[in-house]
Design a protein. Sequence first.
Length: 190
Amino acid sequence: MDEVTQSDLDFWFREFNSSYFDSSLSNWRVQHGYPPDIYNVGLPNGYCDRKEKTIYIGFCGEGKAKKILIHEMVHASGIDWHGKRFRNELNRVKSMGAPVRPSDLKPRPVPNGDQVREMIIECIRDGLNLKQAEEETAFIYKFRSRETLMKRFPKATQIEPDIIEMARWEEPTMEILSPEEIDRIDEEKP
Ligand SMILES: [Zn+2]
């Protein structure tokens, strides 16, 4: 699958805006890539910057990019949290034909301490330092900040130095997945 381009995203944004959002997002724009203050760990991802009225779409194939774009456009329309309102809105646009990730339609599980710890270690494995890994984990699990995450999980965020050192020497696992594989894994998620 080909990597999407900026002009693909511009085209889909205009199409989705008029087909599913009644052209209410015309003062927004979409940007291919990651915002400067977010660490790119190789995960295809999206980000909605309300202040700049900009949606960022990470590097991935078409299928994934369209679904992430719809997800971020729902945020842009004024719904911050992945709660019931968010899922209702995704169901609405899906019924009109919009591409939606099945996992986005299910309640997002709140992570437990083990998952937080695993995610931090995984991020270190991908080349981030501890602080960046904590920031990335906070971002992935939708915490307001790294500080909020650490306050909520004081024990889980204390990773022993030898575990960190070991993770640094392990091979990152995410890079070798193709966009199709990532899409497939995403579909399979419960
Ligand atoms: Zn979201």
